[in-house]
Design a protein around this ligand. Structure first.
Ligand SMILES: [Mn+2]
Length: 409
């Protein structure tokens, strides 16, 4: 249970990748951590002579996994996602091709010997605190070739994107990558007055504060998901700011603002649909062509607004597109559900434990409504369910809340 254990699993993975052929498909998440991880792996694997393809996905959904394993006769490398879906990935792969999962989310064991799940948590490296996926990817690139040390700055960007600062600074494995980047003059650390650290990206000449740069990368991957944003995001990480990315960002910010304003004014006018403990709303396709990450960000933004009941769970539904860029069309009819908490309710859940958290409510309610189970936290959760089951999901959650409250004295 250590970094050494993690690195020896990485070395086993690399040896098996080399044996398996000369092509690798990197499947990655669309936020800053996922995009920086993919950028580092793309560069390092290309340097090592592999032909590399990237597939950026928003959710690990079984039909998506099935399509990936059918469509690409290559080694498959999942990064910043997949750890919890290891059983699904194993079931789909059935020994067909060598697959690595390199992730920092809570893992499940693989059930296919051809699927190697190198989740940091298996080795005692905390994916919530100490190691971003981008840092795990960086360690992987170093084991491929020590010359990949020039990619260290990508870890810092991914870790900042995932809000990994603890007490205002990056720690443990993330800090090792940070120090590598600082030693090469690619990142500068600034001591802030309040004891926190600020990180400045100097890799591309002009100093760029890291947090807004990471937000830009996430905007390209999330709001730009269906319009080639992830490609621009990876290029932005590798090349620094360029005009096409800047233009795209401006366009996406306009699209996002217009869609937010539309949904906001409707909510203020018409209010939420409500049960005793839940307030919920549908946005349908009003956030298209932005990715389904948008509904989660929107719920987070409004959770403490005046028109929101501070004692009720906030639940939003966004219709999921049938197209997955790079994989083609699917015949599903799905809605993404995002849940967030107003601060007073959050305090009851996290501090006083007088209300049930989302990690209790959501997996069970999703199971009852044919939803896919995904990583849930007590304060923030998401799932995919079939269109038409929205009210069923709300009712299931409401029942679970009532049962829980009835059972607690
Ligand atoms: Mn991550």
């Amino acid at each position: 249970m250590s970094k050494e254990g993690f690195l020896s699993a990485v070395r086993e993975g690399i040896a098996r990748v080399r044996q398996a052929g000369s092509e690798v498909t990197v499947v990655h998440h669309n936020d800053a951590d996922g995009l920086t991880s993919a950028a580092a792996l793309q560069v390092a694997l290309s340097r090592a002579g592999f032909a590399v393809r990237r597939v950026c996905i928003e959710r690990v959904h079984p039909p998506v996994v099935a399509r990936i394993h059918e469509q690409f006769p290559s080694t498959i490398l999942y990064v910043d996602l997949g750890a919890q879906a290891a059983p699904v990935i194993s079931e789909v792969n059935r020994g067909r091709r060598f697959t690595i999962i390199l992730d920092h989310h809570h893992p499940q064991e693989s059930t296919d010997p051809e699927v190697l799940n190198i989740a940091t948590e298996f080795f005692g490296l905390s994916g919530d605190m100490d190691i971003a996926a981008a840092t795990a990817a960086y360690f992987f690139t170093l084991e491929l070739d020590q010359r990949n040390r020039d990619l260290a700055y990508l870890s810092v960007l991914g870790a900042v994107g995932d809000c990994h600062e603890r007490g205002g600074r990056l720690v443990k494995e993330n800090r090792q990558a940070l120090i590598d980047a600082v030693e090469q003059g690619h990142v500068e650390i600034v001591e802030e007055a309040d004891g926190r650290e600020g990180y400045i990206l100097t890799r591309f000449g002009d100093p760029l504060p890291m947090p807004p740069f990471a937000v830009s990368v996430t905007t390209l991957g999330g709001a730009g998901y269906y319009t080639d944003g992830p490609d621009l995001g990876v290029r932005l990480c590798l090349e620094g700011p360029f005009s096409e990315a800047q233009q795209k960002l401006e366009e996406l910010r306009r699209v996002e603002q217009a869609a937010y304003d539309k949904v906001l004014s409707r909510l203020e006018r018409e209010g939420f649909r409500e049960t005793e403990h839940i307030q919920w709303f549908l946005v349908g396709e009003d956030f298209a062509p932005m990715g389904v990450k948008t509904i989660g960000e929107f719920c987070w933004d409004i959770r403490n607004e005046d028109f929101v009941d501070p004692e009720k769970y906030v639940v939003g539904f966004q219709v999921m597109d049938r197209e997955v860029p790079g994989l083609g069309a699917f015949d599903w009819s799905l809605v993404k559900v995002s849940m967030r908490l107003p601060s007073p309710l959050e305090e009851k859940i996290l501090v006083h434990h007088t209300m049930p958290g989302l990690s209790y409510l959501v997996p069970e309610a999703a199971k009852q409504t044919d939803g896919s189970i995904d990583a849930c936290h007590d304060y923030c959760a998401a799932t995919l369910i079939p269109i038409g089951r929205e009210e069923d999901l709300i009712e299931a959650m409401e029942e679970l809340v009532k049962d829980k409250l009835a059972a607690t004295p």
